[in-house]
Each structure stands twice: as structure tokens, then as C-alpha cells.
Design a protein around this ligand. Structure first.
Ligand code: DGJ
Length: 737
């Protein structure tokens, strides 16, 4: 059993970790341990009691001054019980009373993993069934209950958490803050690693020593956002890619979030994470409940690569629902950077013709095929084809593309509307924002009110018709603005605090309906690049457009950062034209491919503009990817070797789980005259296995221990090459014999 309970001590075991909590003598649920796997011993001996100056004591401990929530590690701290650190719940429990005091009530163990209605969550699968522990807490006075849900996946090495607040009082309660989980690590001052960014520059890694006080990461934008990913790592000071302890929390939600890490007066670290409480207020009537989104907790005693690999495998096997989760992905060409809005049937077919000759798998038609959309001022909301551009409709075009031996994919942006659209003219009240007030636009567009079921129904019907009539194998679901003025015209004044969360529930509802009705379609989520690269989206769409920045050197950073959480098979990565459209930088075609191989792989350029030499190179790239995509996308574990956040060099590799094959990429940003010697040390190989390593026109035979501990020299003398900057080397490694 992964869950052991003895004397109200709850011990949860995964393959390599143990998580423990206990109902103490005051009937409070305290956290006792999370770390490397131990046995079931009661770890509460770790928790010391002392009379701490001016720390309050809860009722029932009046004669002793040593029991205080001001320093005890807790599973679900709430506002107003003498614990002044960041908490998980603040609610008006009736008549304005906000100070909760929640005691242990009961528990239950269930086989299999719990679900959360309407929200993405890890699920039981053949690979790992999971077990559920539900612990119920009750307020000292009111009939308000908190159900703490723990999903324990022993094999996957992860623990999930969520909370449900239940109102069994006779009146209303009003929740103003509800976090999904708290990780109260007791002793220790950690480094916080997080992934910040911007449009076209997502998931940049940053590592800081946590200061005393509160450090917070949040998105108030209605998406998980470009600016901060809903993922944090707490690590020991000396933790590296392959050594040392670290913990991570990944929040399965695509809307605003709030993560706070607090180091308190006694050097204890507490992390809480949940829905952003800035625009949130949720009234629960008598008998109603509210469920939070889920958090996935992971622990590694062996550094960051192990932590990431655990997450990658768990996401593929027990989070992504699509039948595509463990399949190689089509090599596609997307017309966005090739034509932008300026396309017609003929130039699309010309691109497709070249794609077929180059042995690609799919043509994807991006923005501009619907309504009156010749630029970004109009058309969103009108999901019917623009016959001026495509006289035979999507159905005609998609069939034509299939006749050419390719699959066909289509772009949509279902959550948005332009004021210049039939949809807006018919339903002006479907736009999010208060009537008669300022309505900010962004990219000239507005957000449709997906908190209203009739809006979701309308969009579902219109896009289903297009899909039904055509041969569509892939959909890129974009979302190109943040939410502002979050006001629903379909809700009462008192319920406006629900709008942001109900909007996300509406998005998930539409995803559920479309993915269930069209289960074979490969969905790729997108939000101006990677503003919704989060596990909530991956539950529905097994891949995400990583960034609008397609420059290879920038992508090294973006993909490196993204790989801390998300499997590389989920990263949309394409080779684009040079000079690059975002940076105007020119990188070699080989480097653009060497970066894009470590993702879904595809092209984002007009194939007809390639020179004869480039065409030969692209042919070879497609062949390489077809030969290796099973290893890279399905069979391999990803290792980071050199960080682009630390210097001029980046390196990473994928090693098959049987350690017989690997592919590695090395990338140098700026070339140097008389560069220093450099050795690249591979990772994850079998020490005693003899391998053949091939790169450029070179070949070397060496044992795994030599390749990992001594490394191989990287010849960085590119003086006589025409394009020294942004050079890269791709290594293939195969076991001999
Ligand atoms: C933003 C996406 O990230 C791009 O790839 C492209 O699809 C545009 N939107 C189209 O408007």
C-alpha cells in the first residue's frame, strides 16, 4: 500500500519519496515530513515545541505556552488562527466571521485516483492506478468542511493534492482565497527556481536564494501567462542537475495563479499555490462545494534532471488524455511565418506540393481562413470559411491536401471575438466587460464570455460543423490576449468574483466536448506562443506552441527552461526562415533544425523559397527526424547538460530507456577566436557499454564511462567556416554489439 495509516499518522509512499502528516494532540493536522523514502515511523519527533515570544496559543492549550500555530508546519493553514504566515483559505464563514480554526474530522482511503469534476487532473491508468486519501477538516464552530485530497502514484513518484470546501451551514459562505495545497517544509532555507518571461521569451530560468518574508509569483491575466509559469522548484543550495535534493509544485490550471513562498522568523519555508485570489470571490450557498484545481508535488534526491524526468513520464502516462500521448508527432509545415494573412488556395497548394516532395507529414493552415479576416482587425468569432481566399472551403482544401499525400491541420482561436464580426453584431453582450464602461482591446480583439454556457454552445456548434465537413487531423487552438475588465454580463453583481474561474471552466468544457467528439485529432494549444504552456492544457492538448520566438538561439533558452516541467514531445518547435522574423538574426539551417529536433519538429517558412542546397539539407533533416523521432519523442529520457542561462554553450540529450541509443545537441552562441578547449560529457549512458558516437564527418568508439566522465572534445575552431556564430553539433550515439 502506498498509503499507511497508524494512530492517525498518515504516511504516503512513492517509489523514492515519503510524505507524512499527523493528527496531533490538539486534533490539528500537522505536516511531519516530505523527502527521501523512509519507513512509517512517526516523524513528529522532528517537530519541536517551545514558548516563542508573542506566539498565540489555540484554545485548549491555555496553560501551556508552547503550542502555537505560529510555527507549526501544517497541511492546510487557514486565515485567522494565530498563524500569520501565508495560508490556504480565507472565507467569510457567516456574519462576517473570517477566522477559521479547522480541526481533523475524519478520513477515507479509496482505490484509484480521485477526479475533480470540470478540471484537469492526473488519472488512474494501466501504468499507475494511484490511490486516494481524503482527509476531512471541520471548522471549530461552523458546519464548514475542507476535504483534502491526496493522490498517491507510487510508481510515478508523484503526489497530487486538491481541496474541496463544503458549506453545510444554513446560510451562505463567501470564499475570498482558496489555495490548492501547502508544502510546509519545516526547517530549511531553500533556493527558489522559477520560470519567468514575456511574449516571445517564455520560461527563462531564474534561481534565487529565498529571502526572509514572502516571495510571490502570480498571474492576474486570466491565463497561466508568458510572465510566470505555474511551477516552482525549491532546492538545496548545492543541488545540481544530477545531485542534491529538490521539490517541485506544478499547478494544473490555465488561468491566473498565485504561488507564495515564505521563509519565516524561524527559517522555516512554506509554499502555497492555487487560483489567483486577486480577482476571485466565490459564494457557496447552503449545500454547495467548491473544488480547487490540482497541484502535483515531486521530490528528487538526485537533482533536477531526475525531477524533470519524473514529471515528463507522469504527464505522458497519467495526465495527457489524447491517443497521441505516446505516439510520434507529424512533421508539419505551418504557413504563418510563410504567408501571414496573405494566402490563397494556390500559394497554400504550392507549399503543400513542396512539403510532399520533402516527405513532410502535414500542412497546417494558420490564422486568416475564416470570416472577413484579412488582418487582425476583424473576423474572430465567425467560424465559417472565407470563400474569397478558399473558394472550395476548408473541406475542399483539406481533401486536396490529403490527395497530395499530406494530412491537413487548421488554426482556430475560439475564445475571442472582433467587434467587426457577425458574432459580435448578433451578440454584443457576449463580450467580457461591463456595459457602458471601458472595454480594453488587445490585438484589436475581445474575450468571449465563456463563463456563459450559451456562448460555449454556440462556438462548439460552429467549429464542429467545419471539422465535421472537412478532413482535419490537427488543430492549433490559439488564444491571443489576456483578460482585462473581468465582468460577465450574464452574472449578477454579487457573482462577478466568479467570472475568471468560470471562464476557465468554460474553456475546459469546450476542450472536453471537442476532444471527445473528435478523439483522433491532434490538438496543439497556443496562446501568443507559450502563454498557456501549463499542465491544465496538456490534459486536453498533448502539445503546445512553445513560443512565437522561432530564432534558434533564443529557442535554446526557451526550450531548456520549458524542459524542467514539460516533456520535450509536448514542445511545438519549428525551423523558420532567416533572417528570423522576430530578431532579424541569421542562424545556420543546421542549428535551426538541431534545436527543433528536440520537440515536435516542423517548418514555419515558405518551402518554395529554399535554395537547391537548402532543399537537400531539409530532405536530410526530415529523414533524420523520421529515423529518430521514436527515440526523441517516445522512448527517451531528456538530460540537460550545459545551461544557456550560465554561459555561451548549451547542450542536452535524449537517451533511450534501454540505454542503447541517444541523440545529443551542442550549441554555441558566439564564436570565439582561439577558443578554449572544451569537453562535452554525456549523461544517462550505460557505463559498461561500448558506443559508437557519430557527428559531422567524425566517429568515435568509447565506453559509456568514458563518454560520461571524461567526455569528448568539442572542436570549436570554426574560423574557416562561413557562419561561425550559432554553430551547433548533433551527435548520434549507438550501442555496439
Ligand atoms: C499567435 C501564435 O502564437 C502564432 O503562431 C500564430 O498562430 C498567430 N497567433 C496567428 O494569429
Amino acid at each position: 500500500m502506498a498509503i499507511n495509516i497508524k494512530n492517525q499518522i498518515f504516511t504516503l509512499h512513492t517509489k523514492n519519496s515519503t510524505y507524512q502528516m499527523k493528527v496531533d494532540e490538539q486534533n490539528m493536522l500537522i505536516h511531519t515530513y516530505y523527502g527521501n523514502r523512509t519507513d512509517d515511523t512517526d516523524c513528529s519527533y522532528l517537530i519541536r515545541m517551545a514558548d516563542r515570544g508573542f506566539s498565540g496559543n489555540i484554545p485548549g492549550t491555555d496553560r501551556e505556552r508552547v503550542y502555537s500555530l505560529d510555527f507549526l508546519p501544517q497541511e492546510f493553514p487557514v486565515y485567522g488562527d494565530g498563524d500569520y504566515r501565508v495560508d490556504c483559505l480565507k472565507a467569510d464563514l457567516g456574519s462576517g466571521v473570517q477566522d477559521g480554526m479547522f480541526f481533523f474530522d475524519s478520513y477515507q482511503i479509496r482505490e484509484g485516483k480521485y477526479n475533480i469534476p470540470g478540471l484537469p487532473a492526473f488519472f488512474s491508468s494501466e501504468k499507475s492506478e494511484g490511490e486516494t486519501l481524503e482527509i476531512v477538516l471541520k471548522d471549530a464552530v461552523e458546519e464548514v468542511y475542507v476535504h483534502l485530497l491526496y493522490g498517491v502514484f507510487e510508481e510515478l513518484d508523484i503526489i497530487t493534492r486538491a481541496a474541496v470546501v463544503e458549506n453545510r451551514t444554513e446560510g451562505d459562505i463567501q470564499i475570498s482565497r482558496i489555495m490548492s495545497a501547502c508544502l510546509d517544509l519545516g526547517m530549511g532555507k531553500y533556493d527558489l527556481i522559477h520560470f519567468y518571461g514575456k511574449h516571445a521569451g517564455e520560461r527563462q530560468m531564474e534561481r534565487n536564494s529565498l529571502p526572509h518574508g514572502i516571495t510571490e509569483l502570480r498571474s492576474t491575466r486570466g491565463t497561466s501567462s508568458h510572465q510566470h509559469n505555474p511551477f516552482v522548484i525549491l532546492a538545496d543550495k548545492d543541488t545540481t542537475e544530477s545531485t542534491g535534493e529538490c521539490y517541485s509544485a506544478s499547478f494544473l490550471y490555465s488561468g491566473g495563479f498565485h504561488a507564495q513562498a515564505e521563509v519565516d522568523q524561524f527559517n522555516q519555508t512554506r509554499l502555497v499555490i492555487g487560483i489567483d485570489d486577486y480577482d476571485f470571490s466565490w459564494k457557496l450557498k447552503k449545500g454547495e462545494s467548491f473544488s480547487t484545481p490540482e497541484v502535483c508535488l515531486t521530490y528528487s534526491a538526485d537533482g533536477f534532471s531526475k525531477l524533470s524526468q519524473t514529471l515528463h513520464q507522469a504527464i505522458v502516462s497519467n495526465l495527457i488524455r489524447s491517443c497521441w500521448k505516446d505516439r510520434v508527432r507529424p512533421i508539419l509545415v505551418n504557413n504563418w511565418e510563410a504567408t501571414y494573412f496573405d494566402f490563397n488556395k494556390d500559394n497554400l497548394i504550392a507549399i503543400a506540393k513542396e512539403a510532399a516532395e520533402l516527405n513532410l507529414d502535414m500542412l497546417v493552415l494558420d490564422d486568416g481562413w475564416f470570416g472577413k479576416r484579412d488582418d487582425d482587425f476583424s473576423g474572430l468569432g465567425d467560424w465559417f470559411v472565407n470563400k474569397n481566399k478558399l473558394p472550395n472551403g476548408i473541406s475542399g482544401l483539406s481533401r486536396k491536401i490529403e490527395e497530395m499525400g499530406l494530412k491537413f491541420g487548421l488554426w482556430v482561436e475560439l475564445e475571442m471575438v472582433n467587434k467587426n464580426s457577425d458574432c459580435y453584431r448578433a451578440h454584443p453582450d457576449w463580450l467580457i466587460g461591463a456595459p457602458e464602461r471601458f472595454e480594453s482591446h488587445s490585438r484589436h480583439q475581445h474575450v468571449l464570455d465563456f463563463s456563459r454556457p450559451e456562448v460555449v454552445d454556440f462556438i462548439y456548434d460552429s467549429i464542429s460543423k467545419v471539422i465535421e465537413e472537412s478532413s482535419i487531423s490537427y488543430i492549433k487552438w490559439d488564444m491571443n490576449r489576456y483578460m482585462s475588465e473581468p465582468f460577465s454580463r450574464g452574472a449578477s453583481a454579487a457573482d462577478q468574483g466568479k467570472t475568471m474561474h468560470k471562464y476557465i471552466l468554460g474553456v475546459y468544457e469546450l476542450y472536453t466536448r471537442l476532444t471527445e467528439r473528435f478523439p483522433d485529432i491532434l490538438f496543439e494549444s497556443c496562446a501568443s506562443g507559450g502563454a498557456r504552456f501549463d499542465p491544465g492544457m496538456l490534459y486536453f492538448a498533448p502539445q503546445t506552441w512553445t513560443s512565437d520566438d522561432t530564432d534558434a538561439a533564443e529557442r535554446e533558452k526557451i526550450q531548456y527552461g520549458t524542459s524542467f516541467v514539460y516533456p520535450i514531445v509536448s514542445m511545438g518547435s519549428h525551423v523558420s526562415a532567416v533572417p528570423n522574423h522576430q530578431l532579424h538574426r541569421t542562424t545556420p539551417l543546421s542549428t535551426r533544425a538541431n534545436v527543433a529536433y528536440f520537440g515536435t519538429f516542423g517548418y514555419e517558412l515558405d518551402l518554395n523559397l529554399l535554395s537547391a542546397k537548402e532543399i537537400e539539407e531539409v530532405k536530410a533533416q526530415v529523414e533524420f527526424m523520421k529515423e529518430h523521432r521514436d527515440l526523441i519523442q517516445v522512448e527517451g529520457d531528456f538530460y540537460r547538460i550545459l545551461s544557456p542561462f550560465e554561459g555561451n554553450d548549451t547542450a542536452w540529450m535524449v537517451v533511450s530507456r534501454d540505454k542503447k541509443q541517444a541523440v545529443a545537441g551542442y550549441y554555441e552562441r558566439l564564436n570565439k577566436v582561439n577558443a578554449s578547449w572544451m569537453r562535452l560529457r554525456f549523461k544517462g549512458l550505460d557505463e559498461d557499454q561500448l558506443y559508437k558516437v557519430k557527428w559531422e564527418d567524425k566517429c568515435l568508439k568509447a565506453y559509456g564511462n568514458e563518454l560520461m566522465y571524461a567526455g569528448i572534445p568539442v572542436d570549436r575552431d570554426y574560423c574557416n567556416k562561413t557562419n561561425g556564430d550559432f554553430h551547433s553539433v548533433l551527435y548520434t550515439i549507438e550501442a555496439e554489439g
